[in-house]
Design a protein. Sequence first.
Length: 787
Amino acid sequence: MAIPSKYEITEREAYWREFWAQHNIYAFDENSDKPIFSVDTPPPYVSADHLHPGHIMSYSQAEFVVRFKRMQGYNVFYPMGFDDNGLPTERHVEKKYKIKNKDAISRSEFVKLCLEETQKGIETYRNLWSLLGISVDWSKTYSSINPHSQKIAQWSFIDLYRKGFLSQREEPIMWDISFQSALAQTDLEDSEQDSHLNDIIFKSENTAEDLIIATTRPELIPAAVALFFHPEDKRYQHLIETKAITPISGHSIPILTDETVDREFGTGLMMVCTWGDSEDIAKWKKYKLETRLIFNERGILGELAGAYAGTHISKLRNSILEDLKAQNLLIKQTPITHTIQVSERSGTPIEFIITKQWFINVVEHKEALLEQGRKLNWNPKRMFSIYSDWVSSLKWDWCISRQRYYGVPIPVWYHRETGEIILPQEDELPVDPTEYTPRGYKAEDLIAEQDVLDTWMTSSMSPEIGAKLVENPDIAAKLFPSSLRPQAFEIIRTWLFYTVTKAYFHHNTLPFTDVMISGHGLDTQGRKISKRLGNFTPPETTIATYGADAMRYWATGTTLGENIRYNEEEIKKGKKTVNKLFNVGKFAEMHLVNFTLPDTASELELIDKWILSELNQTIEIATHSFEQYEYYKARTAIDQLFWNKFTDYYLELIKYRLYDESPEGQNSRKAAQYTLYIYIESLLKLYAPILPFITEELYQGLYSDTESKSIHNSTWPKTNTNWQLSEEENNLMTDILAVVEAVRAYKSQNSISLGKEIESFNYTSTQDISPYEVFLTKALRVGKFIK
RNA sequence: GGGCGAUUGGCUCAGUUGGUUAGAGCAUCUCGUUUACACCGAGAGGGUCGUAGGUUCGAAUCCUACAUCGCCCACCA
């Protein structure tokens, strides 16, 4: 197959994409006995078309390593997943179809819309990933809402229940009043808001004196259940064991002491409600305080809110402050800026209500989970601290039930009479309890669980969901644990933590051995790329302009875990590299016509051995670097070899030999051809993980004699000790290269064209390079060297 | 407040265990129509490696403090 005369990037990349697909170049081979390398590919959210260069960066970086492993002889299992489950999808559909009230649409209609939107998202990703040349095995694809994934997520629930890691408890839980669903610790986000610290008068029931408390949430006064002060606070000793009367609601609450109260804050008196924050819950639990819930799951105020009943909690603060003012009970308002926790998805400040929810008991296993995390091979190492910080700071068990429409149903029924919890058999999965009756029961005896599972409940099973795409159970078993988990650092505390947790609880193992954590994509000014700011060029546009190889080249531009700025110059450099490779390919093709690799190596000249020894060194560096996930280092070394050693020197120095038609020059010419042949093949292979398109083009054009043999299934280059230079040869080469440089400088400074022959050149050298004078005079067009 | 990361020529970034004149690309300047390539080639200029101390024969690299920027966590009701 010949190399085309011109490299039309878009057209040729499309050609090779099609070629790879047709020949199943990236398919996992179930019949192979090669060692397996399995990847736990991140399943991206498909709920919105928000793909930007940051995604390109992180997927490419992982893919460099995957391609390297494939060429190293691994049977690569590289599936693709799509996370189309859960709240983000619901929200996207609500927004897009302007669904304000879910009562206006049936559950099944709504789910149908979700699935439709999901499908569109999958197409967007799939198109871009193919465009980029991501070498996933598209025959191994899952979506997190499909039956395969649902089955595994539900199995997980059942297995955890049977093993005692699950519990159903009624307790205060973080709640999103706008979505009306429970939230897990990780669904929260900080939001800085301007507010007031209000000094408000309570009355002592016993002495009728004024008790001043400071609060940012005066609306919770009707929910107040106690006042606290520090046990050693001299100002309030006489109040121990007495009671206070709240303003507005006028109910009586105990006054207690606790060491966690800060004497310096406000007046040193603290109001505890049910519940304003986790501190409230802690004290409520510790002192077994009363429970006063003033609003329901929609945020509507109830009886305990007295006159305010029927209105919404969000309106209560102003009403209460006005009423306090009217009664002269509000003494002071201090403006403050503080950080409150809001629901990540809705932006609504979280509230606490008490409901029955399912939990995975993670808090009591903190130590073990920390230990599991420690056993992972983290790349880069420092990313482990994000994991350990998170695990150490866990305060709540993982709440896995969600009061939502679109998700994997919790596979549970409750017996109408006894309340007994009924689980389906494994072979019945997946089930929707609201539409299915488990074997051995009658529908009328059962109450179906309405809630669905947290979306992380499914994605935390991704290594197994992926592995089980292979039907043969023996082979599937070999795919778990995965070899590699690539992901972004933002989801260490969610996806990574939950996956580690699941593998530990289910199998007492790690879900994967190696972790590769990528950084953020930033815009040209160093700001985080986001859909909201719109500060990015769509990757499709960039690829159309410069090609996928060039875009991938940009992604090598930073070390793993570091953020990378979008930099069009780097992409241009990628394109230049592609162009240069192409031209070298054309040149080689021209000079390798009718050349076949001889059985025995040709008699190499010093310069030939030199470039091959440079190749040796680069192979070593690149191999080691890719193994350490240091694709950047690999690329730099390969670039050096290609640009600075090969095109700058070697190629120019052997041209005269390649063009030599004389009979006495044929041995030398063959040696140069031989070197060219060997060198370029290895060079292409070295670049192949980073630049899959152009390397395939040239490999097919120069080397492949079969229709289906791809460079990406070829073997990774090996070093050859025959190419090692002796110390003497090495010194000689150093001098020869110095002479080359000197001649070039001389010509450049004297405005002489490099191609023009000069009569003589003065040089000094530490080695005796006289045997190479003929070579130098020919290669450099110098009549005579004068020492 | 605690933790992590960053700070290197105009710009974007490398510098693995401390070791000869600190590297690359882009940009700048000079030169060159050379038979793979002008998406090219050759040459040149440009950095007291954020600041201040310390360890060492020797520090961009190790230690301490500080400054600026970014991120994460905890946040006083």
